[in-house]
Design a protein around this ligand. Structure first.
Ligand SMILES: Cc1ncc(COP(=O)(O)O)c(C=O)c1O
Length: 388
């Protein structure tokens, strides 16, 4: 009998993989299931991005392996983007590394910086890959509570001194998945200088920096005053430009962290082919009007969900960024709620506990659902809830 590794035995199943299998089974039984659980943009990327991919792919020279650092033109375009958008100067040769999406970067960065006995400071609540990356590296997770009373900031001063001594990396993410919380530069400064003081690498996982509502803005952690050696940011094309399936992102900042990440990645994966980088360069030139229009569509969906929550036993703060509504289950049993919504209303929601122990009592709605499906799913939830 085949035995998986101890590492794998220690790994909890990935929620979206398990729920995906379950939904496929329901679909085989001819049940239409509405997926409000996963943050998967339903709208296409800007058309110029697709044209750029096609043009570049028609060049016979563009199909071979690339350098592990991607193309220089792609790195230069990202450096220009950060300069223009945040006033941050980056050396494209040593401070930028393309990723196959930030999820890959999260796990490989964990492998590059964590050993047995080390600790990763992981937000409770947060994107599950932070915790999974630490487990895959056979390191320990210390959950850092996000404090709702303070805009879901990490409660840094509650981290015990012995934990801080063993902590090597700390993850943060604003605009936040799952809460939609935002951050300002003062808070980035505080968190970055805390990490620098304790010799911890701060990684700002920032895939929602372009998914903003109500005129909100999102700074970069690389704008913080702290020494650059201790700060890394992950940029992702998935949510910024509706390119989730393309698997394109980048790590920017600490040269040391990038060198370590590259040492792992060059043994595990290879770079994209040139047309993906060329399309990424075009994406970075997307006019603000395209982003505003796309965000307007998400914002209208957010408002529709917010209006229905009081009728389905939920309440939430209005999110000003990210792709989610983080809703409290008023009778407290979030897992029961998610199960009944799926089996009775055929609407799949993400249970709060998928994001850490602090998510108990909450469910997450994604805004990446087509308008018609959203209408039908909100109707289905209301009639299920009324007739419970
Ligand atoms: C906070 C956060 N980080 C990373 C990712 C993964 O992004 P990518 O598609 O770039 O791997 C997601 C996806 O939902 C996310 O919510």
């Amino acid at each position: 009998m085949l035995q998986p590794s101890a590492r794998l035995k220690n790994l909890p199943p990935y929620f979206f993989s398990v729920i995906g299998d379950r939904i496929r089974q329901m679909q085989l039984e001819k049940i239409k299931v509405y997926r409000l659980d996963i943050g998967n943009p339903d709208m296409p990327p800007p058309s110029a991005v697709i044209e750029s991919l096609a043009t570049s792919a028609s060049n016979p020279k563009n199909h071979g392996y690339n350098s592990y650092r991607g193309t220089p033109a792609f790195r230069r375009a990202l450096a220009k983007h950060y300069q223009r958008r945040f006033g941050v100067t980056l050396d494209p040769n040593i401070e930028i590394l393309p990723l196959l999406g930030s999820k890959e970067g999260i796990v490989n960065l964990s492998l590059a910086h964590l050993s047995k006995g080390d600790i990763a400071l992981v937000p409770d609540i947060g994107y599950p890959a932070y915790m999974m990356g630490a487990r895959l590296a056979e390191a320990e997770v210390h959950w850092v509570k996000l404090d709702p009373a303070h805009g879901y900031r990490p409660s840094l001063h509650n981290i015990p001194a012995d934990i801080l001594k063993r902590a090597k990396i700390m993850w943060i993410n604003y605009p936040n998945n799952p809460t939609g919380a935002m951050i300002n530069l003062t808070d980035y400064n505080e968190i970055a200088s805390f990490c620098e003081k304790h010799d911890i690498l701060l990684i700002s996982d920032n895939p929602y920096m372009d998914v903003l509502y109500d005129g909100a803005t999102a700074p970069s952690a690389l704008q913080a005053d702290a020494d650059r050696s201790h700060v890394l940011e992950f940029f992702s094309f998935s949510k910024s430009f509706n390119m989730a399936g393309w698997r394109l992102g980048a790590a920017l900042g600490s040269k040391e962290a990038i060198d370590n990440l590259l040492a792992i990645k060059s043994n595990i994966d290879s770079a994209h082919f040139t047309p993906i980088y060329d399309a990424g360069i075009t994406a970075l030139e997307t006019p603000q009007s395209w982003l505003d229009e796309r965000n307007g569509a998400y914002q209208r969906r957010r408002d529709r969900i917010m209006a229905v929550l009081p009728h389905i036993g939920l309440s939430a703060d209005v999110p000003h960024g990210s792709l989610y509504v983080w809703a409290k289950v008023l009778d407290g049993d979030a897992n029961g709620y998610v199960e009944s919504a799926l089996t009775k209303a055929h609407v799949s929601l993400a249970p709060g506990t998928a994001y850490g122990p602090g998510g108990d009592g909450f469910v997450r709605f994604s805004l990446g659902t087509p308008d018609d499906d959203l209408t039908e799913s909100l109707n289905a939830l209301q009639s299920w809830f009324k007739n419970r």
